[in-house]
Design a protein around this ligand. Structure first.
Ligand SMILES: [Mg+2]
Length: 237
């Protein structure tokens, strides 16, 4: 885990990261929120130095700098830098999030509703975070099915910030379900549908079958499929 690697960031590295963010900010301006993730397996002191260097760019949040299990290190990071801190994509159930929220250790809580416990449990977590003054962003890398579950969940909470999305460059993504606007995401927003259930008509099974991962082309595998080493169900990021 990060604190045990001995890896540190040099002043040159900190300067490089800051100039990278500076370039992105200067291109997109301040009408587009920017968040930053994947800082590497570095320990708290390097995280603080990077966080301070990123303060001038008013990021929406910095994410997963430290494994989520280290509540007190998250609190120290949050207190040391004037950039909102965020973690949660690997945490299961509201119970798992409570130590961070009760300690005031993060500014943004980041559950993945597909693995944090589903719609009702993540709504419960969102409300718990709201009572402690913490915003909620939803982690997600999924088809429109789980995305629409997140849309309803987000619409039902008051502290929702943003919903993650990894398919901006996948042209057929919106067509994986029927009965919703295409593209599903317009100007960065998804309209909450009025239809029953998750709000779409049906799944486009043929299109799903056409685009199965060819390394392992299984359509609705047995759940035991996720028990092996390749499941990549990480415990921390
Ligand atoms: Mg992440």
């Amino acid at each position: 885990m990060h604190p045990f690697t001995g890896i540190q960031v040099t002043p040159k590295g900190v300067e490089y990261l800051a100039s990278y963010v500076d370039t992105v900010r200067s291109i997109v301006g301040y009408d587009v929120a920017i968040a930053a993730d994947h800082f590497g397996h570095i320990a708290l002191d390097s995280c603080i130095r990077i966080g301070k260097a990123l303060e001038p760019f008013t990021l929406a949040w910095i994410e997963d700098l430290i494994p989520w299990q280290f509540t007190d290190q998250w609190r120290q990071l949050t207190e040391a830098v004037a950039v909102p801190t965020c973690t949660g994509e690997d945490i299961y159930l509201t119970e798992g999030f409570k130590p961070l929220l009760d300690a005031g250790a993060i500014r943004v809580v980041h559950p993945d509703p597909a693995t944090s416990g589903g719609i009702a449990e993540t709504k419960r977590l969102g409300d718990y975070a709201q009572e402690r003054g913490v915003a909620m962003a939803l982690h997600l890398a999924a088809s429109p099915v789980a995305t629409m579950a997140c849309v309803h969940l987000a619409a039902a909470t008051e502290n929702f910030l943003a919903l993650e999305h990894h398919a901006a460059d996948v042209p057929f993504w919106s067509e994986l379900v029927t009965g919703l606007p295409r593209p599903l995401i317009q100007d960065g927003f998804i309209t909450v549908p009025d239809a029953p259930g998750l709000g779409f008509g049906d799944i486009n099974e043929e299109l799903f079958r056409e685009h199965l991962d060819q390394r392992d082309p299984v359509f609705f595998a047995e759940t035991g499929h996720w028990d092996g080493e390749t499941a990549h169900d990480r415990l921390w990021s």
